[in-house]
Ligand binder design. Structure first.
Ligand code: GLC
Length: 743
């Protein structure tokens, strides 16, 4: 049977091209005409998103999703992929339903599809927006070749709390930098045209403030001032909207007493009215029905009404719309106008993806064969992983350099720890359909890079409990070696969703393991591979060389070997503050000064009795195998008016003996405001390369717009007064200069 919407589309095309404006109007006309033909049940089907039974990314699975597709009661699927399988499902929708409306295929492409790049928190440490955009672009290309057309990314949640496992998925604690990363990812995933079959519709998530869950406990309560919401948590979302993100996902948490999924302030006032977002809003996994648990909805039917009335378009996995929306409409609890508006948002997305032109355009087995796990993908995975590695410490041991290790070394090297010869955990959290058999392990990478070395491996100890039965073997292996490389950290399940940790030490018996190895007196280099900052204070005090290697994905072992050998000079800089212990959390660089700022000579100042205020490692911190010196921070004016720019220049010199990259950071401080202001705020950064002895004058410009904040009256303005500007290689070691903003 010829699909009715094809005939309708042809009718519109003829009408429109007869002298009318083709483009947006055609899009609108097509969708509006399709909606007019739809039954209520078909409309509700377009507002329904079910998971396939291929993967479970939440607490429920449904039987019968295929039957729901065939009956038109489910118009969107996630967690289904490969060209072959998605072709089958698409045929059910297109060939077997009355109107043949194509399916959306969503998936969590968070840092790759089958070729896996570093977890987002790691890649953000590259401070290379081009690299980050390319990762998203390649991820989209590979995933689209796998039959997908929608990713549930970028995750743009700011957090100050490394106990929260989803810190792994974001870009750290700073709103300015996270906004730049969010925009880069949206552009990478979506490309220039959504209809390009090698791009994906992106989805910014989780709106909003999910990263502020109390106590770092996932799904926990969020309660904050509107000022903090707008200054810290919303900017990356606004940047995603400005970059053209196609969809938005709700957060699980409540915000100030109202669950995000039913929160009109977020979805009607801010997203639609203030930001003029025209795209589509999807809930998180069963988050509609969870409003019953929140104590905000009487039952699932009421929850569905609250969600639709708050501006939510699509229900992921609750089946609240599926089960109750028709009845709610009959009872006048929701309006047909709102239902039509949500259906329109869904169909406009499908139109923009080109699915009405060709429902199978994302499904091409030949393309799948050529693109997935291609050499180009693997080459980029290596580049991204190398730039994500952060050198935290590199001191001599008994007078000699430990890092980098000469590639011709003939030493006997012990590689000890649960992440030394491990493929799956290198992929990290949310590794989608990542192929662990493709992962280059640390052992494999080291053996390739150091062909003359003799490597001895020992597991040592695991990720849970306190089983120390592997210690003896590890100690023996260490004693028989000239050098020890520890490979410690978390497995991929110990971070990400539903993976909060109350204690963020090295897990299992690993803390004890490294102390035993340290007692052998051998030189030790420690690698830490994790999805969050870990409290590694003992390691920082006792181990001469520490490399933070996160979970780096498919080319993890090669990237680490490149850095340990010095063939790649590490350039990564932290995007989240590392606490000394859990008691310091929340700890972040852009904090307030308080009325009693810390003074070592005065007891009555803001401090702890047992530890310093400073973090273990600050925001923006990372070492190199060379060194950089900052001089001559110069401003072109002492004061600027509201119509002027301030030019800032700082001289950076490579004072070491090898070429290196440095992320030069620019911060400002507003000394007095109508509300208190942070002691620093990042306002610029530049990643530069310098040869030995080379000097560059790095230039930044600041305008009054860069100095805006939500003042006492909540207007977003800059206020005249005294300011400081800082420049340096991290948030603490900076040069400073003063300037004024004057009327
Ligand atoms: C999960 C996550 C969300 C993800 C979704 C679909 O619960 O919260 O980030 O995109 O469900 O898998």
């Amino acid at each position: 049977m010829k699909k009715q919407w094809i005939g309708m589309a042809l009718t519109i095309m003829i009408t429109m091209t007869a002298g009318a404006q083709v483009g947006d109007t055609e899009r609108e006309e097509f969708v509006d005409s399709l909606i007019q033909r739809m039954t209520l049940e078909e409309k509700i089907g377009q507002l329904t998103l079910f998971t396939s039974d291929w993967a479970s990314t939440g607490p429920t699975l449904r039987e019968g999703y295929k039957q729901d597709i065939q009956s038109g009661k489910c118009g969107n699927i996630f967690n289904a992929h490969t060209a072959a399988y998605n072709r089958k499902l698409q045929q059910m929708a297109v060939e077997e339903t009355r109107l043949g409306i194509p399916l959306l295929f969503g998936y969590d492409i968070i840092h790759g599809y089958k070729t896996i790049f570093p977890i987002p928190l790691a890649e953000a440490c590259s401070w290379d927006l081009g690299l980050i955009e390319k990762s998203a672009r390649l991820s989209a290309r590979e995933a689209a070749a796998g039959g997908l057309n929608w990713t549930f990314n970028p995750m743009v949640d700011i957090t100050y709390d490394p106990r929260w496992g989803r810190i792994a998925e974001g870009s750290g604690e700073d709103p300015y930098y996270s906004s730049k990363v969010a925009a880069a990812k949206v552009k990478g995933y979506q490309g220039k045209k959504l209809e390009d079959p090698l791009t994906l519709a992106a989805c910014m998530k989780h709106f909003a403030a999910y990263g502020a869950a109390e106590a770092g406990r996932d799904y926990n309560t969020v309660d904050m001032s509107e000022r903090r919401l707008r200054e810290i948590y919303l900017p990356p979302f606004k940047a995603s909207i400005d970059a053209g993100v196609a969809t938005v996902m709700t957060a699980f948490n409540e915000l100030n007493g109202i669950p995000a999924t039913g929160n009109k302030f977020l979805f009607r006032e801010i997203l639609r009215e203030e930001w003029n977002f025209k795209g589509m809003v999807v809930t998180d996994y069963t988050s509609i029905e969870e409003m019953v648990n929140h104590g905000y909805a009487q039952d699932e039917k009421h929850a569905g009404e609250l969600a639709l009335n708050a501006g939510i378009d699509m229900d992921m996995q609750s089946a609240a719309f599926y089960n109750y929306l028709a009845k709610s409409l009959e009872e006048g609890k929701v309006t047909m106008s709102d239902i039509n508006s949500s259906v329109k948002n869904v169909l406009m997305l499908k139109y923009d993806l080109g699915l009405f032109d060709d429902p199978y355009k994302y499904i091409d087995e030949t393309r799948e064969e050529n693109i997935i796990l291609s050499q180009e993908m693997k080459d980029h995975a290596l580049e991204s992983a190398m730039q994500s590695i952060v050198l935290l410490k590199n001191e001599k041991f008994n007078g000699s350099e430990l890092l980098p290790i000469n590639t011709n070394t003939g030493k006997t090297i012990a590689v000890i720890g649960p992440l030394a010869d491990n493929q799956t955990d290198m992929l990290g959290t949310w590794h989608a359909a990542g192929v662990d058999s493709e992962v280059v392990t640390l052992m494999k990478g080291l053996r390739k890079k150091f062909p003359n070395a003799q490597f001895n491996y020992a597991f040592g100890g695991g990720f849970e409990g306190n089983d120390q039965s592997g210690f003896m073997e590890a100690i023996e292996v260490a004693k028989q070696s000239d050098l020890v490389i520890m490979a410690l950290g978390e497995n991929y399940r110990q971070n990400g969703e539903a993976a909060s940790r109350s204690n963020i030490d090295l897990p299992g018996p690993q803390k004890e393991l490294i102390k035993e190895i340290y007692q052998t007196g051998k030189p030790v280099i420690s690698l830490v591979m994790a999805g969050r900052p870990l409290t590694i204070g003992w390691m920082d005090e006792n181990i001469p060389a520490i490399v933070y290697a996160w979970h780096l994905g498919t080319r993890a072992g090669d990237a680490i070997a490149e850095v340990l050998s010095g063939d790649y000079n590490p350039s990564g800089k932290l995007v989240c503050t590392f606490p000394r212990n859990t008691g310091q959390i929340p700890i972040y660089y852009n904090h307030k000064n308080t009325g009693r700022p810390f003074d070592a000579d005065n007891k009555y100042t803001t401090r702890y009795l047992d530890i310093p205020n400073e973090p273990l490692y600050p925001f923006g911190y990372g070492l190199s195998y060379t060194s950089f010196e900052y001089d001559d921070l110069e401003l072109d004016k002492e004061e600027i008016t509201f119509g002027e720019k301030l030019q800032v220049s700082v001289k950076v010199t490579n004072t070491g003996n090898r070429r290196g990259e440095e992320v030069v950071q620019l911060y400002v401080r507003d000394l007095v405001g109508s509300v208190t202001r942070p002691v620093k705020e990042l306002k610029g950064f530049k990643k530069i390369s310098l040869d030995p002895s080379e000097t560059k004058h790095v230039m930044f410009s600041l305008t009054p717009d860069d100095l805006r904040f939500y003042a006492k009256d909540m207007n977003y303005v800059a206020e005249p007064g005294d300011f400081k500007v800082f420049a340096g290689g991290n948030a603490i070691e900076v040069l400073e200069a003063d300037f004024k903003l004057v009327e």
